[in-house]
Design a protein around this ligand. Structure first.
Ligand SMILES: C[S@@+](CC[C@H](N)C(=O)[O-])C[C@H]1O[C@@H](n2cnc3c(N)ncnc32)[C@H](O)[C@@H]1O
Length: 316
């Protein structure tokens, strides 16, 4: 699976030509999105939507190289996906693209997508109406601002299905920055909230930015790994599936820094760089079946070549 992706031409045309999205990286401003206005939503769509598309396409693509998982997924004609803090939904389009490419039996995908920002949600709604494919895609974007436990429970209670994929991409750092649930590890909390929403063969993906939180002085990957390791150690009904080293090391891992790098090209930028951390978790027996045949000789991901905190944030 390559780590360099080209945004599909039809999406490129719609976002840049029809919606007049703007490519302009604004690393400071994009740290906080829930209250951004329509103009910033256009900037998010032109700059960060393509990155999110590529991240999701690559992560799910790598997972679908696992023959056990690909076989399970190929038995479905319908899939249910939930996206928590979907923004403009780049990761939704990324996962749909790769599922469509790899799963010939897939006929329909239903997506429940939640986010606080009404302008982001509006873009996602309009984009979702543009699908012109031989599979039936139904995206149901909803505006939810989460600041209390009750908000979170209301969101979960508003769903009425079990999901094959639950995702939350690059959003939980905003909860940390704004002190939403300040006394809890947000990655552990959101995983505990949504894992019960998974189908027995479902998977939860949480990704986030790989840099340091300014207030806490700690890198998001370190907070994430601490939270997930704590969850897995205290609840033996779940295991990490991907990145594979976590499956083998999570019970004794002292915590690590990790990041992965993905490139995306589109009409406004060649090889735009995106740096993220992520983990995929599922039910213990399902994950163990998916790991059958995967070598236990896995280099700890903290030692991956990209897991270098000092790699500069610039395109190749
Ligand atoms: C960086 S964006 C990521 C969007 C999308 N998941 C992606 O990967 O492109 C973070 C999203 O989290 C949402 N968000 C942040 N805090 C939130 C909260 N307390 N409740 C609901 N959504 C929130 C923002 O509105 C924003 O759309």
């Amino acid at each position: 699976m390559p780590n360099s992706v080209i945004l599909p031409q039809w999406l490129d045309d719609i976002i840049f030509n029809e919606y007049k999205a703007v490519y302009e990286p604004r690393p400071e401003d994009v740290m906080s999105n829930a209250d951004k206005d329509y103009d910033f939503a256009k900037l998010y769509l032109g700059t960060y939507f393509p990155r999110s598309y590529a991240e999701s396409y690559c992560i799910w693509g790598k997972l679908l190289e696992n023959k056990n998982y690909c076989k399970v997924m190929d038995e479905y004609s319908e899939l249910n996906i939930l996206d928590f803090c979907c923004g403009t939904g780049g990761e939704i389009f990324g996962v749909i693209s790769i599922l469509h490419e790899r799963l010939p039996n897939l006929r329909s995908i239903h997506i429940d997508a939640f986010d606080a920002n009404p302008d982001y949600i509006r873009f996602l709604f309009h984009l979702s109406e543009k699908f012109n494919d031989n599979i039936d895609i139904r995206i149901n974007p909803q505006c939810f601002y989460i600041e209390t436990e009750q908000n979170l429970q209301d969101l979960v209670n508003s769903t009425n299905t079990l999901y094959h994929i639950v995702m939350s991409c690059k959003a939980l750092n905003e909860f940390i920055q704004h002190d939403v649930f300040p006394n809890e590890n947000i990655y552990e909390k959101i995983a505990r909230t949504f894992l019960p929403c998974l189908d027995k063969k479902g998977l939860l993906l949480i990704s986030d930015l790989s840099h340091k939180d300014q207030k806490k002085g700690v890198f998001y990957p370190e907070i994430m790994n601490k939270g997930f390791n704590s969850l897995i150690r205290s609840d033996n009904s779940y295991r990490s599936l991907y990145p594979y080293p976590c499956f083998f090391h999570e019970h004794q891992c002292p915590g690590c820094y990790m990041q992965d790098i993905v490139y995306v090209s589109h009409s406004r930028r060649l090889k735009d760089i995106s740096k993220i951390v992520y983990r995929i978790i599922g039910k213990l027996d399902f994950v163990e079946k998916m790991m059958s045949g995967v070598s236990s000789q896995q280099l700890c991901r903290a030692n991956f070549s990209n897991a270098d905190k000092t790699i500069p944030y610039q395109s190749k």
